[in-house]
Design a protein around this ligand. Structure first.
Ligand code: ADP
Length: 647
């Protein structure tokens, strides 16, 4: 107490001296007399006196005015007014201004000390009280920060971990720790039995947790589940409940997904009666929400997993080979049949680049052939002689799916059919030539009337049509079997020009505009000039044939990285999308042509065979109602050799 500091400022030095030397110092106080207001301000910057005694008059004027100013800036300062003489008015104003005490003559030692001690004692209590209050506030704040941190931790866990047990255990742990409870449990509803079971717990015996089950009816957690309302129990006398035997305090909060309650999160105190507050309720509610999200996430994940597994089993078991690649050509799925086809059984290839795993040139060529997002087909001949038809479907956002069907037996049938057709065609040629010969002779052996001449003409046209069909069939047979494999260096530009010019009159007859766009210096290619001409003739003849009067047919050519690209476009009726994959097949005719259109559906099959014989590729792009473009890519002489070596 003796070290308590007192400042005195008074214009009457006698009173100041009396207080300091005769009363306060002898009583052990540390007293400083201050001259004026300025000195006081200076000292107050570094000191915090326990008490300031102000005279009613101070060097600058009224002590009471200074007291009022001081209390405004430092409301915790204890100020005592020392007046001479005693004045009722001054005393009243001192009280109204919130001063702590009032001294007046004759400044009796006992009285002065009683006032000073009283003021200092109250000041001390005030300080202690505010200190306690501050500590309480700090610890409440600390508790809130810890709760926030714990909630944040659980939140991160919920979003990053799919393993439900560990999230729910973390939720119960946090509920126990943040509420200061002794036990915690998370009960979930078992849909099949209609009971609540303990999914996660803290401080319960393990066998109790395992066997714990309570009905929804007539139990506290069941009531929370049914009503969706929380339950807070703070009792002085312990209450018997099913989860614990006797509890003083307990809190159950519903775990809710949308508007469905799926379980209950609870904490309790068996030994201590430590009550749960509304703040605890808020925290446990927030944790229950996290538990709900975790349970829902796990449910959604499990159901998507089941669907995925079903789909995987389906794709794995199907007879067709299935390869699914992501957008970077990494394998996402390679089913058993595809693994067997490429000799990759039993290897885990998911995630690997397809070209590192499957080196089959046909498949790689098909995969490289992807031009845009339209599906396309190709054939793969396996080492054991089997032939697969591969349908490639680009899937936006996923990558590419390749479905491979074994068409070996169809190929064999096709071969047998071709052999048969070519034998029959061959055998038909001689009798047809004989028919034509004899028909011509008919006119020479006797006079024919006009009707007979008309019949003979019709016979001739029909026989010519049959002969042309047979020639096409024989051509196709020859090209397919590679009979005319002999190739020479061909000036492609000259062949194209010659072919187009020879067909110009045909186009003009239909009022069509036949345009040829051929750049200077188109490279030579290695090929069969007769077949190349036939290839172009067939495409241009189709364009003229299917394009209506006054349409336009355009043949453009260009060379690009050791390849020559020839495109034949027209402004004709186009080809329906459904027909496009098949128009290069023998005898296939699109569904949009009128039934009496002449033709047998062999022209494009011949074109494709010729293109393939020249190691080239052909495709069509067509928009029904607008026109078609047939594009052929042929290797130039440089590229041809490297391609023939590979295949
Ligand atoms: P053909 O012309 O004798 O019917 P092709 O094999 O040459 O046989 O053609 C197959 C089918 O493709 C045709 O029947 C026709 O439906 C379609 N087609 C070919 N070229 C064109 C074209 N330029 N415009 C529209 N359809 C065409």
């Amino acid at each position: 107490m003796s070290s308590e500091q007192i400042f005195i400022i008074h214009s009457d030095g006698t009173i100041a001296d009396l207080l300091e030397h005769s009363i306060l110092r002898p009583a052990g106080y540390d007293v400083t007399q201050i001259r004026d207001r300025k000195a006081l301000d200076l000292l107050l910057q570094t000191n915090h006196p326990h008490l300031v005694i102000l005279g009613d008059r101070i060097p600058e004027g009224s002590g009471l005015d200074l007291a009022v100013q001081l209390l405004e800036s430092r409301p915790d300062t204890a100020i005592v007014l020392a007046s001479d003489p005693f004045s009722d008015g001054l005393l009243l104003r001192a009280i109204h201004s919130g001063l702590s005490g009032y001294l007046y003559p004759p400044f009796e030692t006992g009285e002065v000390l009683e006032v000073i001690q009283g003021v200092l004692e109250r000041q001390r209590r005030l300080k202690q009280w505010s200190l306690r209050h501050k500590e309480d506030n700090t610890s409440a704040l600390q508790q809130k920060v810890e709760s926030m941190e714990a909630l944040q931790r659980i939140g991160r866990k919920v979003t990053s971990i799919l393993e439900l047990d560990s999230v729910l255990t973390a939720v119960v742990d946090a509920a126990v720790e943040l509420t200061g409870a002794e036990e915690g449990s998370l009960l979930l509803m078992d849909e099949t039995t209609g009971e609540l079971y303990m999914r996660a717990a803290r401080n319960f015996r393990e066998d109790f947790v395992r066997t714990f089950r309570v009905p929804i009816k007539d139990t506290l957690p069941g009531e929370v589940l049914r009503t969706g309302q929380p339950l807070l129990l703070n009792t002085a006398t312990p209450k018997k409940i099913k989860t614990s035997y006797l509890v003083h305090t307990l809190m159950y909060v519903p775990i809710q997904v949308s508007d469905r309650v799926i379980g209950v999160l609870g904490v309790d105190n068996r030994r201590s009666g430590h009550p749960f507050s509304d703040y605890h309720l808020d925290v446990v509610y927030a944790l229950a929400d996290y538990a709900a999200i975790a349970v829902e996430n796990a449910r959604l994940f499990a159901s998507s997993q089941v669907e995925r597994e079903k789909l995987e089993t389906l794709l794995t078991q199907v007879q067709d080979g299935v390869v699914v690649l992501d957008e970077d050509a990494r394998i996402m799925l390679l089913n058993q049949s595809a693994q067997a086809a490429f000799g990759l059984e039993g290897r885990d290839l998911v995630g690997r680049q397809v070209q590192d795993v499957i080196q089959h040139p046909d498949l790689l060529e098909i995969l490289n052939g992807q031009k845009d997002s339209t599906p396309y087909r190709g054939e793969i001949t396996l080492a054991d002689g089997r032939v697969l038809s591969a349908q490639v479907t680009p899937i936006s956002g996923v990558g590419l799916a390749v479905i491979m069907q074994d068409i070996t037996y169809l190929k064999e049938l096709d071969r047998i059919k071709s052999d048969f057709v070519s034998t029959v065609s061959h055998d038909l040629r001689s009798p047809l030539t004989a028919i034509l010969g004899y028909v011509e002779l008919l006119g020479r052996v006797g006079e024919l009337n006009s009707q007979q001449e008309g019949f003979i003409q019709r016979i001739q046209v029909s026989v010519e049509n049959i002969t042309s069909l047979i020639n096409d069939l024989l051509d196709l047979g020859r090209i397919e079997s590679g009979f005319d494999a002999r190739k020479e260096i061909v000036p492609l530009a000259a062949i194209i020009r010659y072919t187009i010019e020879s067909m110009r009159s045909q186009a003009e007859e239909k009022g069509q505009n036949l345009v040829l766009d051929i750049p200077e210096g188109l490279p030579h290619i290695l090929g069969n000039p007769v077949r190349l001409r036939q290839m172009l003739e067939n495409l241009v003849a189709n364009a003229i044939n299917y394009t209506p009067k006054d349409g336009e047919i355009r043949v453009t050519t260009r060379s690009e990285s050791e390849q020559v690209i020839i495109a034949v476009s027209d402004t004709g009726p186009g080809i329906p999308h459904a027909d496009q994959p098949y128009i290069f097949d023998k005898f296939y005719r699109a569904s949009n042509i009128p039934p009496d259109t002449p033709g047998a559906g062999l022209g494009l099959a011949i074109v494709r065979s010729i293109v393939e014989n020249h190691q080239g590729r052909i495709w069509v792009s067509s928009t029904p109602g607008q026109g078609s473009t047939f594009t052929i890519v042929l290797p130039t002489t440089d590229n041809f050799f490297s391609q023939t070596q590979v295949s």
